[in-house]
Design a protein around this ligand. Sequence first.
Ligand code: CA
Length: 241
Amino acid sequence: MAAYVLLLEDDPSMRFLLGSYLEKSGFRVTTAANAADFFAACARHMPDCVLLDLGLPDEDGLVVARKIRQRSDVPMIIVTSRQEESDRLTGLELGADDYVVKPFHPRELIARIHNLLQRSSRRSATTDPVPSTPSSGVPFGELLIDFGKRQLVVIKDHQAIVLTPGEFDCLAALILAKGNFVTRDQLKDAISNREDPPDDRTVDSIICKIRRKIKQAGCRSDKIRTVRGHGYQIDSDAFGA
Ligand code: CA
């Protein structure tokens, strides 16, 4: 049976366009123009995937994201025109599985939905009851970063690598850059909620600790490259199939 997608989007033309495109792509679709209708639709029939706009008339989309995650593991993609890194990070930290910024090509969104549905069906097909089994996240190399649980996990044995909040935020910023390099200033911004204002050396030392922890977990490569004079990046091949 076709996967059931619930789209929350307050802009009427965007809702119509995206809704029809999803239907043409073979999904069963319900659309909601506000958070109240969205939750009512969830209560009637839990979707296989939800698409969330962030700017809504009755509730902040990030609050909606958190409420969904509190009650369900449903695959969740944030679809929004907000470009700020902090919203992107907050959305992923609240448990969104993916993020698309408008304007985007509808085919990109469809591909992301398919990927997510595939990952989630693999997840539910697994009989492994280990509680640390990753529930959502982005794989890179031998590792998976779980934004919902703020965890770094070795894929093959589900071993969690314990990171401090600063280490997690730095690594998250690198992963979200998807192979592009991230400057030390950007990494400082990512960890600016620390008591002591971070400097370049703080960033370098955090990266060094992340690398050590990944190595200690038995991984062949940490996939973090130093871009001399600029900052750091994740090897783009880490995101390959
Ligand atoms: Ca909107």
